[in-house]
Design a protein around this ligand. Structure first.
Ligand SMILES: O=C(O)CCC(=O)C(=O)O
Ligand SMILES: [Fe+2]
Length: 203
């Protein structure tokens, strides 16, 4: 974990994003996936909203995933284990990148077949406190034929943009600066399961 945390902080410092494969082992991934499937079965997922506060609304033409927010005061043992891992990342980013991160919020996300999330930034005027996005994919298996990639955009000095497509392979962790990297979820051909969270600069 020590080397991994060094790697995460230096990549965030230099490139604003990092992708870690096998961040969690197969056993833990399977357990988290099973927990999420059970929450879906219990009807705990809702259409995700966009915006914040009074402007919050469900706009399925922008995003068509379903989410279940985790309650920091009522985490399951598995969720707690994951939060402890994120806490290590929070600390090292504060030590090495001086980001002043104080808290974490997160939700399980489920993208049914055909769903997507159009290009956006996770930090914007209505949601100013999300500093670092942390995504963990829980999928059992994934191939490029399943589509549903996370597409990240990297603006270049000459005005063009580089694009990187990241498949939601189980166990893969993606960390990036919420205010700097526009991204989208391309339409998926297979149910797509993840935990998405944000490290914030407020409690
Ligand atoms: O699941 C992903 O790959 C990205 C999700 C996302 O962009 C978001 O929830 O803000
Ligand atoms: Fe996002």
């Amino acid at each position: 974990m020590e080397n991994l945390l060094d790697h995460i902080s230096s990549e965030i410092y230099q490139k604003s994003y990092v992708i870690i494969d096998d961040f969690i082992d197969e056993e833990f991934r399977g357990e988290l996936l099973a927990e999420q499937i059970e929450l879906v079965r219990q009807g705990k997922f809702r259409h995700a909203a966009v915006g914040k506060g009074g402007q919050k609304q469900v706009r399925t033409e922008i995003r068509s995933d379903e989410v279940h927010w985790m309650d920091s005061d009522d985490l399951s043992p598995l969720q707690k284990t994951y939060w402890e891992k994120v806490e290590e990342i929070r600390k090292v980013l504060n030590q090495r990148c001086f980001l002043g991160l104080r808290s974490f919020e997160g939700h399980f996300a489920r993208y049914p077949v055909g769903s997507f999330y159009k290009r956006h930034l996770d930090q914007f005027h209505a949601v100013p406190h999300r500093v670092v996005t942390v995504i963990l994919y829980l999928n059992e298996s994934w191939s490029s034929d399943d589509e549903g990639a996370l597409r990240m955009y990297f603006p270049q000095e000459d005005g063009t943009e580089l694009i990187e497509d990241v498949l939601p392979i189980g166990g893969r962790l993606v960390v990036f600066l919420s205010g700097e990297i526009p991204h989208e979820v391309l339409p998926t051909k297979k149910e797509r399961i993840s935990i998405t969270g944000w490290l914030k600069d407020i409690d």
